[in-house]
Design a protein around this ligand. Structure first.
Ligand code: SAH
Ligand code: SF4
Length: 429
């Protein structure tokens, strides 16, 4: 989502005549797009701001964008006095005006309102990836997970109209993008605000029918709102990729309840069953938080058991990080840092073993790969399967960059915990 936000900012400024430079040293204006989901990400912003200012900051205008901007607001000017612009994600269309204000002599400008209706009106989005494109379908979040800062930094849910999503997807197909990734904090609660009233499953199905689009992915799903109709839509059209990211956070009902996740482990497993019963071979990935306040050894064990039960294809795991404004701050029984680290390592070790086994099962199979890059040094091409697995493969007969953007059959010859190695079926080149 942050990558896509940066694309929107770059496009908005390019359309106003600004030009992009290769390095921050060459720039007159330096914008930092920031994340505040965990404390570490937030701290990094301030250390980078200081470091760059010391080394190369003379004469430049500095701006801070994104969730740290939204969360800290004008306090950023105190902590980093060389910053003159602070704007949250709902204000990006106003950036050109804000920059004019600075040029006219204002020392400091802010864009911190979350009430704007213009969030989606970013027609100038600059996309650097010629094959895969992100489209925001819903902004903000109406859930209130006890650990999460997002509802405070991105505001309440606002769904974009189905018509405008479809128009953008068609434009992207015309410009040669074949893979679309629909984005939102909780795409499952998408609801078209026009009388058409499309739900997420309907939107997904419609985007999958656009001529020229060969793959559609979406992220992220909240399990509570992940309905069977979404699985049915995926079953009906192979353009909708064989992959669902369904963040569970914990395998313990006690922890899920204190996180205010609004589902139980049994509710979650029912959704996993839908996916496992699909005629398609669905990859399932998740997010886990370890060391949430009050998480006992037995709660943690239940999360490990869940990994055994689901056999995830991949997961993101995090140590709980206390965030401003969140309700979890009021909970007692914080888990010591070393204990969080211990749990994280055990969890990651277990998942690594699962991935090694699951990836090894694919040796010998033929996977369709969208080629996205190449590693000249290793003489390999890099692509992804519908399940979002990374495949590094050889194609001895290929010339120049000729394979980029193509969909090719690749036979898997080796596997590791995080990727596959293969060779392109020779007869297709
Ligand atoms: N909207 C998505 C989550 C976005 S944040 C959802 O509901 O699934 C991405 C991930 O960051 C979350 O799934 C969670 O695992 C992690 N995360 C969020 N807040 C966190 C915190 N305070 N500490 C540690 N991890 C956190
Ligand atoms: Fe955060 Fe929960 Fe909303 Fe996801 S659903 S963004 S974790 S509050």
């Amino acid at each position: 989502m942050n990558v896509h936000d940066s694309e929107k900012v770059a496009g908005t400024l390019l359309a106003k005549g600004y030009s992009q430079v290769e390095t921050p040293e060459e720039a007159d204006l330096v914008l930092y797009n920031t994340c505040s989901i965990r404390d570490k990400a937030e701290q990094k912003v301030f250390s980078r701001l200081q470091q760059f200012k010391r080394e190369n900051g003379r004469g430049k205008v500095f701006g801070v964008l994104g969730c740290v901007a939204q969360q800290e607001g004008e306090k950023i000017f105190e902590r980093a006095p060389h910053v003159s612009l602070v704007a949250g994600s709902a204000s990006y269309t106003k950036l050109p005006e804000m920059l004019v204000q600075l040029e006219q002599g204002d020392r400091r400008v802010t864009g911190l309102s979350l009430e704007t209706d213009e969030t989606f009106d970013t027609p100038f989005t600059r996309r650097d990836n010629p094959y895969r494109a992100y489209i925001t379908i819903i902004e903000g979040c109406d859930k209130s997970c006890a650990y999460c800062v997002v509802p405070f930094t991105r505001g309440p849910e606002r769904s974009r109209t189905g018509e405008s999503v479809m128009a953008e997807a068609r434009r992207l197909a015309e410009s040669g993008h074949t893979e679309i990734q629909l984005l939102g904090q909780n795409v499952n609660s998408y609801r078209d605000p026009t009388p058409a009233g499309w739900d997420f499953a309907t939107l997904l199905a419609r985007v999958g029918e656009i001529p020229g689009i060969r793959r559609v992915r979406y992220t992220t799903s909240h399990p509570r709102d992940f309905g069977k109709s979404i699985v049915d839509a995926m079953d009906a059209n192979p353009v909708l990729c064989n992959h669902v990211h369904l963040p569970v956070q914990s395998g313990s009902d006690h922890v899920l309840a204190s996180m205010d996740r609004l589902y139980t482990r049994a509710d979650y497993m029912r959704r996993i069953e839908w996916l496992k019963n699909s005629p398609r071979d669905m990859a399932i990935t998740t997010d886990i938080i370890v060391g949430f306040p009050g998480e006992t050894e037995s709660d943690f064990q239940q999360t490990l058991d869940l990994l055994d039960e689901v056999q995830y294809d991949s997961l993101f795991s995090f140590k709980y990080s206390p965030r401003p404004n969140t309700s979890a701050l009021a909970l007692g029984d914080q888990i010591p840092e070393e204990e969080k680290t211990r749990r994280l390592m055990i969890l990651q070790e277990k998942q690594r073993a699962i991935q090694i086994r699951r990836n090894a099962e694919l040796i010998g199979s033929v996977q369709e790969v969208l080629v996205e890059g190449r590693n000249q040094a290793l003489g390999q091409w890099i692509g992804r399967t519908t399940q979002n697995r990374v495949v590094n493969f050889t194609a001895p007969d290929a010339r120049g960059d000729s394979l980029l953007g193509k969909y090719l059959p690749v036979r898997v010859t080796r596997s590791g915990p995080n990727s596959l190695v293969g060779e392109c079926l020779a007869n297709v080149l």
